[in-house]
Structure formats: structure tokens, C-alpha cells
Design a protein around this ligand. Structure first.
Ligand code: GLU
Length: 419
């Protein structure tokens, strides 16, 4: 099991990160006050008749942190630890993330406190549809566009799209991204987050004059983002020496055969028992010497108690908020090069943007085109952040926040205040 360390309030952390960057930019107090907090927060009650005949009430949220640069954009998370504060934090990060990669969206996020691993497909469908109907006044292709996040997937998006469309009376594929291809989804969306992580790691290696070929990599979290990043790094010749998921960690000093690990995980649903690997504990995994560590699970996985043992040259944040501020400071002091989440994992929302553009134009692009455009966006954004990092002598995280916050600040200043 991963070491969960959820004592720190994610929204407080997001606000702290904001203040650090806003101070470094010398952002004026009026603009700060306008862009720091969510614009809209909705809590909904979701009654669902469960398979056993009883009614269970779930709690759900949708937060629009900013619509200054365009419609709110961000995923929907199904997880037992979802709280309103977590959703607020994730929505805030989406605002800066979309601005860092310069796509015309604001930031939003949604979630339901539930345990999807212990729910049937029918229960999940009913919960998703009732949630969609509850947040319906907020969402729409020009208002707020949900997407997959932890434990939601293209099927979840299909249910949302169908519920929304049925209510409006006609099909509106652009209300969500990360849809199945048959409903107007985009090629490359499923693997976009992991692919974006890979492009930023390539850029970081180039900057640090490190070879990706032969680099030792650890991937914590083997879901959509982690497994795709692991596979692309493996194909580039890196040695993926350890990977973990919520069931355990596996390790092989010489490198794991990632396509086989992926195959086993899809067949058995866990990593444990993979041949040619040793089972280790999460704290042992974080302490392994490596070149690149990719935290690709939940928030706050690297914290005050385990950060000192991390032995990596690069930390590539495929997850949202995987480092607490204390861990961030410890790793900065060690000289670790951190590719911050709002840059590193922005490939997902970037291809979501491509999907939305394709839906709007009713014209679809081929996979090569998507990868080329994604690589371009990720590499330009990496260099934009790196430029602030080197010129202003601030850590990469602050540099990314300065870039994102600066773009949002410019938008609200030029729009003025209504009325
Ligand atoms: N949930 C993903 C993220 O945190 C993707 C959001 C989207 O595509 O809108 O970036």
C-alpha cells in the first residue's frame, strides 16, 4: 500500500503555493484577491438505489476556480477521500495548469466521495447520471467541461455526455472530454497525460545534459498516467527499476519489462506476484537510488517523513500535488530538479483541448497530428517555465506558478470588473 499522508489540507497548500508565487511576482493586492479563490462552489447530494435495494446518499462537488481565460476545465474524481477542500485545490491547480500550457480555458474540478472499487457498473452509472443532473446548471461546452480524473474513465464521460444531451434534447459531445472515440473523443487522449510527462522528462534530461537511455526510473502509481509514462520511458531505453500501485511495489535492479507489467496488471488487476521482480515496501521504493522519480498517484505522497530518503536527480510530478511544501523544500535543498505538476501532467488537459476543438469543428485529426501538436505545446511550455526559473532564479514550481498566475492576472486586469 502507498504511504498516504493526508493530514495536510490540499486547499491550504494550493493557497500557500499561490502566495509564494504572487510574492515573487510582486502581484498587486487587488488582483491577488480576485484570482486566488474559487469563483463558484457547488455541493450536491446524490441519492442512489444500490444493488441491495437500499438507498445510499453520496456527496459530490463541482468547483469552478476561474473562468477568466475561458470555460472552466477539469476532471471528475471518484474516491473515498474526496473532500470539498481537495476539489477546490485541484480546481485551483487546473487554472494555473491551463494557463501554463496557454490553452483558452479556466480551471474547474469535480468529485464524488465514494469507493468505486466496491460499486457495480449499474451503481456507478446511476451515481454518475444523478451527479450530472445535479451539476447540470454549471456545465456546458462553453461553460465548464469535465473530463476523467482518478477512477473515472471514458465510460463515465459517455454517461455524463448522454445525461446532459438527453436533458437538452440533442447530442452535445463537447460538454465533456476524454470521451470514447465513437462519441467524438480524440485519438491520443487516453495516453495524453503520460505522453506529456514523457515529453517534459525528455526536455529536463536535455537541460541537465542527462541521457534518458539507461536512466534508472521509479514510477509510483500505475494508473493511466503512470503506466503510459513508464512504457514510453521504457521504449526510450530507460530502466524502470520499480513501479507501485495501491496493492504493492515491485523492484528489479536491472529494469522491469514494462509491457509485460502492463499486461499482467490488466489481466490480474495488481502488480504483486510479477515474475522477475522482488516485492518491496513503499518506503523502500522511495529510498532507492534512481535518476528519475515519477510520482503518479495522489496528493501528498512525498512528505516531511519520507522526502529526505528520496534519491533522484529529477522528480517528474505526473500526479497533482504529490509533494507537500515541506517535501518540496527538502528536495530543493538536495538540488533535485522538480518538474512541477501543473507543467508535467498538463498533457491530459492539452489533448482535452484538442478534443474540444475537434468536437466544435466536427473535424477530426489523426494520431500523428495530435502527438506532434502535444509535443510542441509541452516543449514550448517547459522552455517558458525554464526561462523564468533561470532568469528569476526561482524553483521550477514557483516559475510555473508565476507563468500561470501571470497569464490569469493579465486576463482579469484587461477584462476589468463587472459591473
Ligand atoms: N484530470 C486531468 C488533470 O488533472 C485532466 C483534466 C482535463 O482534461 O480537463 O489535468
Amino acid at each position: 500500500m502507498p504511504t498516504t499522508h493526508i493530514a495536510e489540507n490540499a486547499h491550504e497548500l494550493a493557497l500557500q503555493n499561490f502566495d509564494t508565487a504572487a510574492n515573487a511576482m510582486d502581484l498587486d493586492p487587488d488582483t491577488r484577491e480576485r484570482i486566488k479563490y474559487p469563483e463558484r462552489v457547488l455541493t450536491v447530494s446524490i441519492p442512489v438505489r444500490m444493488d441491495n435495494g437500499r438507498v445510499h446518499r453520496f456527496e459530490g462537488f463541482r468547483v469552478q476556480h476561474s473562468t477568466a481565460r475561458g470555460p472552466a476545465k477539469g476532471g471528475i474524481r471518484f474516491h473515498p477521500q474526496v473532500t470539498l477542500d481537495e476539489v477546490k485545490a485541484l480546481a485551483t491547480w487546473m487554472t494555473w495548469k491551463c494557463a501554463v500550457v496557454n490553452i483558452p480555458f479556466g480551471g474547474g474540478k469535480g468529485g464524488i466521495t465514494c469507493d468505486p472499487k466496491h460499486m457495480s457498473q449499474i451503481e456507478l452509472e446511476h451515481m454518475t447520471r444523478r451527479y450530472t443532473s445535479a451539476i447540470l446548471p454549471l456545465i456546458g461546452p462553453e461553460q465548464d467541461i469535465p473530463a476523467p480524473d482518478v477512477y473515472t474513465n471514458p465510460q463515465t464521460m459517455a454517461w455524463i455526455m448522454d445525461t446532459y444531451s438527453m436533458t437538452k434534447g440533442y447530442s452535445i459531445p463537447g460538454v465533456v472530454t476524454g470521451k470514447p472515440l465513437s462519441l467524438g473523443g480524440s485519438l491520443g487522449r487516453n495516453e495524453a497525460t503520460g505522453r506529456g510527462v514523457y515529453y517534459t522528462v525528455e526536455s529536463a534530461c536535455e537541460h541537465l545534459k542527462m541521457h534518458l537511455h539507461g536512466a534508472r526510473v521509479i514510477v509510483q502509481g500505475f494508473g493511466n498516467a503512470g503506466s503510459v509514462a513508464a512504457e514510453l520511458l521504457y521504449k526510450a531505453g530507460a530502466h524502470i527499476i520499480a513501479v507501485s500501485d495501491s496493492t504493492g511495489c515491485i523492484y528489479n535492479r536491472a529494469g522491469l519489462n514494462i509491457p509485460e507489467v502492463i499486461q499482467m496488471k490488466s489481466l490480474c488487476g495488481h502488480l504483486e506476484g510479477f515474475p522477475d521482480a522482488e516485492a518491496i515496501l513503499p518506503q523502500e521504493m522511495f529510498a532507492l537510488e534512481c535518476d528519475i522519480l515519477v510520482p503518479a498517484a495522489l496528493e501528498n505522497m512525498i512528505h516531511e517523513a519520507n522526502a529526505a530518503s528520496v534519491n533522484a536527480r529529477i522528480v517528474a510530478e505526473a500526479a497533482n500535488g504529490p509533494l507537500t511544501p515541506a517535501a518540496d523544500r527538502i528536495l530543493q535543498d538536495k538540488g533535485t530538479f522538480i518538474i512541477p505538476d501543473i507543467l508535467c501532467n498538463a498533457g491530459g488537459v492539452t489533448v482535452s483541448y484538442f478534443e474540444w476543438v475537434q468536437d466544435t469543428q466536427h473535424l477530426f485529426w489523426d494520431a500523428k497530428d495530435i502527438y506532434k501538436r502535444l509535443e510542441h505545446v509541452m516543449k514550448v511550455s517547459f522552455n517558458d517555465v525554464l526561462k523564468i526559473h533561470t532568469e528569476r532564479k526561482v524553483p521550477m514550481r514557483i516559475a510555473a506558478n508565476m507563468l500561470g498566475i501571470g497569464r490569469v492576472a493579465e486576463a482579469v486586469q484587461i477584462r476589468g470588473i463587472y459591473p
